[in-house]
Write a protein that binds this ligand. Structure first.
Ligand code: NAP
Length: 898
């Protein structure tokens, strides 16, 4: 509806009351709101910003407590959209103080003359979508209502302070302050007895300064947090040189990094480093005083693996004990309930040392919870503390609070956002919500937001939204709305991403756990800033995938679908491979392909340590065959798994699936013997199959000599190796042994036809291509032999075979023949479990420590092998996540983690 008609209709509806009509209304004049206003104006869209405070600054306007500082280096926490602005402003410190940051926002507002379109001291009291007018109608606490085509929440993630949830706060006769709403006038704490409740970032920043002023400070701590020294001072020369040497390159690297700060991806894994090397790395990081550095740069597995994380957390715990003199206080300050980084760690200035001061007391609320606040102070289960001042550093209703709790938002068909989000926020890209047309959120739940440098994420969001509005205008569209399919797909992708990191293992404001009664689940996007940016770009370049676009004079456009169906790490691997623009593997020839594979494997993360690795040979039918034996560190004798590597009967050797064998050896507590069977084209069909059988027979006969349990062995394999494992089971049944108690077939080749749907759907773009498979078959097996069960086990007799686990991957050309084999085994009466790993590709499970989301599949494989061996289940809590065949919401993951 044109603006004039909207005006007439609104005038009627409001009985002539004033309504401000704009293209866009933005809530919040903080980091995001200011940049939005600047960009929207430049795009020629009329805009009003509504701001509750009486000046710009957002979170930095409200959080004025002593010690409030940025804890991303300020050179990284700045606008980057205008190089002239960058050179016009110089930060005075590595971590700027709140007053300096606030001055910066004032400077930006003045430089771009932003204030004239900001209505200060104005709260939105309700926002309602009017479908007939195609406008959001906003009622406000001050002045005219607003009618806007687009409504953008630039409300920040940590804007709504959480009530303290402690009885008696109103009875207290002394002074009460909230760090998130600190007064503008000076707060005098000298000669006063002060209590601080809360030891998150706000508490940890303010406690040292409050301790310096107060007569006595009592800190009430419920959960200790990890804090790292900021070592504030001038911006580090090396970082400044890097930035000034190539400003554009530096900023671009930040935009494509994982956390929004240009540090490279760490490649060394914790188990490759000695104790001394790990300690040295921690000492270096400790001296650097950089949160993102310590969160990402020590070793590659620190944020994704519980064991790798514990090594780091233990070193930090040592540091705390070194600083805090009283052992009991040190113990109380040392976190043990969450992995390092799973809860937001803090940067501090003399925080731990503050507890060595005689005027500071720590009260451990885990031992004596607060009962109530009284007229004179704070009463715990055991003691009463009389104080003059209480400072609540108790945090925020994060991520959703400012969007949902502050004012009712009513979308299409009278849908309330609070109802839609009752079980946790549902968004598409963290930017939009199905059922709420033309509503956008900047750094909303479902986007990297608080797990990133907010400056980078805000600019990316603002640019993406404004660019979309411009494109819509050019195409004649006036309304945009996410589809339910796209939103559900995003929830699935979020859940997949949540299994990548350890955030799911902590109860924090990231998961909503800090607010009683709030739905719980990992709210920020854990897949990283760069990957997220590429997804947003893909949505736009893919015809606005997952959005419905409408306009008065154009045909509706809806390119519906899910933007990411692959597991997040599989997507990264495939993108990386695509960028490498490799020639097809088969074009190298057999030896060239083997050399390429060896080089490729040399660059992967080293396999994890096991008890012992022994190389040997065993007698094959025509001479010795090499093998590599992986023995667990636990006392033997262990059950034995005979393993066959992948490589299309042409490539690989007994070492080529080394990380997988090590991982499975550790998970199962079993000996893995990886067999070096002979390869095509030198040794064609049925050599590999016969070698596999001969090796299994010999290993079973020599189990005790190898340190294994005498009795049945198990067989396992991946790809063509799984083909050999399956064939070995058939031969063992038909040739009178050896006894095999179970078969693990991972992405097996089971048949020689190439026409199943998965062959058509997944034969390009997922590395294992149709032409590569043709090449393998041609080198190994003549067409006349291909129906022989020794290469197409699906065509063999299946009755009487050992129990099986068949693992297939959704995006694998071999998926359907694996499924067919499992179904045929079941039909033949063989106990079989079949798992189809959603979002995975042919290489997912053997790319150990690269495809992190493959862990849950390997946990299932280990469980199956233990079952085959008659051993009890041995699941670790840290491995629990989403089973590969299933979907779980982030909320289910959080509760599983609990
Ligand atoms: P927070 O991290 O949520 O910490 C709140 C603290 O209050 C926690 O220690 C919490 O204990 C405690 N608490 C809450 N309710 C309590 C109760 N009823 N009784 C006793 N203790 C209670 O909040 P925050 O410190 O304000 O920080 C929030 C986030 O804001 C930070 O994580 C950070 O992302 C951001 N921030 C950034 C900066 C910066 O950049 N410089 C500064 C400040 C804040 P539990 O842990 O047991 O719940």
């Amino acid at each position: 509806m044109p603006d004039a008609m909207v005006a007439a209709s609104l005038s009627e509806a409001t009985s002539g009351g004033t309504t401000q009509q704009v293209d866009v209304a933005v809530v919040g004049a903080g980091f995001a709101g200011l940049y939005l206003l600047h960009r929207l104006r430049k795009a020629g869209l009329t805009t009003v910003v509504l701001e509750e405070a009486d000046d710009v600054g957002g979170t930095w306007y409200w959080n004025r407590y002593p010690g409030a500082r940025c804890d991303i280096q300020t050179i990284d926490y700045s606008y980057t959209f205008d190089p002239e602005l960058e050179s016009a402003w110089k930060w005075s410190e590595k971590y700027a103080t709140q007053p300096e940051i606030l001055r910066y926002f004032g400077f930006v507002a003045d430089r771009y003359d932003l204030r004239r379109d900001i209505r200060f001291r104005t709260r939105i009291t309700a926002a309602t979508w009017d479908q007939a007018l195609e406008r959001w109608l906003l009622t406000t606490s001050e002045g005219a209502t607003v009618a806007c085509r687009y409504y953008i929440m630039a409300t920040g993630c940590l804007s709504t302070p959480k009530p303290p949830e402690i009885d008696g706060v109103k009875d207290f006769k002394g002074e009460v302050y909230f760090t998130g709403r600190w007064p503008h006038e000076e707060v005098k704490l000298a000669a006063k007895r002060v209590a601080v409740i809360g030891t998150g970032s706000s508490g940890i920043q303010s406690i040292p300064l409050i301790a310096e002023q107060a007569e006595h400070l009592t800190v009430f701590q419920r959960t200790p947090n990890f804090a790292l020294p900021a070592h504030n001072g001038p911006a580090p020369a090396d970082r400044v040189a890097l930035l000034e040497g190539d400003r554009a390159g530096y900023r671009e690297q930040a935009r494509w990094s994982l956390a929004g700060v240009p540090w490279p991806q760490q490649t060394a894994v914790s188990w490759q480093l000695s104790d001394a090397e790990r300690r040295e790395r921690l000492d270096e990081a400790w001296a650097k005083g950089d949160l993102v550095y310590i969160l990402t740069q020590l070793w590659a597995d620190q944020a994704v693996d519980v064991d790798g994380n514990t090594l780091l957390a233990d070193l930090i715990r040592e540091k705390i004990r070194e600083i805090v003199k009283d052992p009991e206080t040190a113990a109380a300050l040392t976190p043990h309930d969450h992995p390092f980084g799973a809860k937001r760690p803090c940067l501090d200035t003399r925080y731990y040392a503050t507890y060595n001061r005689p005027n500071v007391t720590l009260v451990n609320l885990r031992q004596e919870p607060i009962k109530s606040i009284t007229a004179s102070g704070i009463k715990t289960d055991e003691r009463t503390f009389d104080v003059d001042v209480i400072v609540f550093a108790t945090g925020f209703d994060a991520m959703t609070g400012a969007i949902m709790a502050v004012h009712p938002i009513t979308g299409r068909g009278g849908k309330s956002l609070s109802d839609v989000w009752a079980n946790g926020p549902q968004t598409y890209l963290g930017l939009t919500v199905a059922g709420f047309p033309n509503l956008f959120m900047i750094t909303g739940p479902g986007s990297p937001s608080v797990l990133s440098n907010m400056a980078v994420s805000i600019e990316q969001h603002v640019d993406w939204v404004v660019d979309r509005l411009i494109a819509m205008r050019e195409a004649g569209f006036t309304a945009i709305e996410a589809t339910e399919t796209a939103q559900a797909g995003w929830a699935r992708h979020m859940a997949d991403c949540a299994t990548l990191t350890l955030h799911r293992l902590a109860n924090t404001w990231y998961t909503g756990a800090n607010v009683p009664g709030k739905a719980q689940g990992v709210m920020p996007y854990t897949g990283g800033v760069g990957p997220y940016r590429s997804i947003c770009n893909e949505v736009a370049s893919g015809g606005m995938l997952g959005f419905r676009l409408t306009g008065p004079n154009v045909a509706e456009q809806c390119n519906d679908g899910e933007i990411v169906r692959l597991q997040p790490d599989v997507r990264l691997v495939l993108n990386m491979l695509a960028e490498m623009k490799l020639p097809p593997l088969e074009s190298f020839g057999a030896q060239g392909a083997r050399d390429f594979l060896a080089e490729f494997n040399a660059a992967r993360p080293a396999g994890r340590p096991v008890g012992e690795v022994v190389d040997g040979t065993l007698p094959g039918t025509d001479g010795p065959l090499p093998y590599r034996l992986y023995r667990p560190a636990t006392p033997g004798p262990h059950p034995i798994v005979v393993y066959f590597h992948g490589g299309g009967w042409v490539l690989g050797d007994q070492e080529s699936d080394d990380p997988f064998c090590r991982d499975m050896c550790r998970r199962t507590g079993m000996i893995f013997v990886s067999v070096g069977y002979r390869h095509a084209p030198d040794h064609r069909f049925p050599t590999a199959a016969e070698d596999g059988y001969a090796a299994t027979r010999w290993i079973a006969e020599h189990a005790a000599d190898l340190g294994g349990k005498p009795g049945p062995v198990m067989v396992a394999g991946w790809s063509a190796g799984a083909n050999i494992a399956a064939v070995t089971c058939q031969l063992a049944r038909d040739r009178g042994g050896p006894q095999i108690s179970g078969q693990l077939l991972v992405c097996p080749v089971t048949d020689c036809t190439f026409d199943r749907p998965s062959y058509n759907d997944n034969a390009t773009g997922y590395f294992l291509t149709r032409s590569l498979m043709y090449w393998f078959w041609d080198l190994y097996c003549s067409p006349a032999d291909r129906t022989d069960p020794r290469v197409s086990p699906l065509r063999g007799k299946l009755e009487g075979l050992p129990q099986a686990l068949v693992v297939t991957c959704e995006f694998d050309p071999l998926r359907d023949e694996g499924v067919a084999y499992a179904e045929a085994l079941a039909a033949a009466g063989v106990p079989v479990e079949q798992v189809n790993a959603r979002g995975h590709f042919h290489f997912s499970f053997t790319m150990v420590d690269v495809v992190i989301t493959g862990v849950s599949g390997r946990v299932q494989m280990a469980e199956a092998l233990r079952r085959f061996a008659g051993l009890p289940s041995e699941r670790r809590q840290a491995d629990e996540g989403v089973r590969p065949g299933q979907t779980a919401s982030p909320h289910e993951i959080a509760s599983a983690a609990e």
